[in-house]
Design a protein. Sequence first.
Length: 587
Amino acid sequence: MENLSSVRELLFGFKTRRWILSALSLLCIHFGCRSGGMSETIGDPNEVASQAEWFHEVAAEKGIKFIHRDGRSGQRFYVETAASGGGWIDYDHDGDLDVYLINGAKTPGSIIEEIPRNHLFENRNGLFVDVTEHAGVGDRGYGMGMCVGDFDADGFLDIFVSNFGRDRMYRNTGKGQFEEVSEQVGLAGDRWGTSCAFGDLDGDGDLDLYVANYADFRFEHNPRCGDEAQGLWSYCRPARFDGQTDYLYINNGEGKFEDQSLKRGISIDHDDRGFGVVLSDIDDDGDLDILVANDGSANRLYINNGNGFFDDRGLASGFGYNRNGQAESGMGLCLGDTNGDGLMDPAVSNYSFETNTLYLNRGSLFFEDSTSWTGMADMSYLPVGWGIQYLDYDSDGDLDLAVVNGHVMDNIDQFETGIGYPQSNHLLENDGSGHFDDVSAQAGPAFGAKKVSRALAVGDWNNDGRPDLLVTNTNDHPDLIENLVKSQNHWLGLELKGPAINPFAIGARVTLSRNSNRLGIREVRSGGGFMAQDDLRPLFGLGREPGPVTIQIRWPDGRLQNEIIQKVDRYLRIQYRPESNSKKDSE
């Protein structure tokens, strides 16, 4: 049994630092804070501060009737702490985003009456209709995360669901229904799967799949942790359980997969407990690399040698540990160019008494922990961060950051004063230089409400050019947070139609510029954040200046395509063309 001192080490960190943070927090209440010192709270420079509400929660109003259940029985099974995810998919190929939500399952001793299952909600002119039964995607496994990709290249998005136990692969028939084909295609993994992502990792054109796996927990091995002297029991810490090797599944080109994790260089370290996953060409050499946020051990940065074999550069690059040389409790992971230098900067959400950590990409595979300078340190020290994602919420041309929070321990208030199980979420505004200010209070009740949040998926469900948020909450209803920000800023959204072998262009990179000045970079990514699926469509905020703009697309096969866009403030479909000459306004 875990003793009291071990629990204290897990939960509370250094007492002196905690006291200092508490004192600073009190000062912040009165004066307003910016990480690194005191400052007045600033407003949005794009004339949205006059609005009563920047964001509004509309899930029930729009028809999303769903409640998550982790199936808890009071025995504090460790698997209950992470569940569950969800995200966006245009499953019916009609041009708007539908919602898929992951549920838990009964645990031994659970007395819940209804067996939880996953749900699919179809977007019908801005209202969501439950089509789970007809679609055939109501998995009753202990659900964790999801990602989408067209693994058989038939023009329809398929859904992979990671579970605690057997994973599920749902093949989209194109007729509003899915077939569960996990066994047939070789994707019936039975570990504790978490985040996942499709991408062409071996360079042959079709989509492979990476699945992060977490702890080797089993119901029959459920150690009791907590404060024995006081008779207080809690969920155990991750170190009580070995990690599990992630899956790297290679697509053989005929719609079947083979786990080649060990063959291709994925770590077998039993300290690795993987949560967040991003596939990205982080070194800009034309192939997809793999970033993994680990809980309690070094983050992994798997660099692709061009043939789908990987070398871990996590430690050598500076991405593995924080600036103090410590492994953190990595939960979610996102990637974007925060300071406009053309390089992708990872951000990792972490546990209480750590900070969420932002690693500035300095080039040549070197990353610098710049958390304090970027303004993320103080506000993220006490909450437990999970879903994390970059988005340009105000369309001013730089990437802001959203983080959802919620503690692991349902009785944390019995161990620590001032920290609760439900927690409020954060919206951080980029000032244009890569420094972030906490504007959660101005954003409205959708960010102020305290819940036990887990996944965060960003997507424009109503196609108005403003990124919205889908947030999953443990043992609660999800939040569909509509972006109401009004400004004079312009935007451009893209729907990329890729080559036949990868119709949704997963892995493509888009660079947008105006008058030869780069305004932003986006990648088409499967998965995202923490056990979630973001909108596949690249969305750019353009600031006050309208078009024309120029975009350069580097397709997954490496081909470059240039387009001059005269008319903005719309979604534009762009078709893959092998030739590299420029063209105006593709439709």
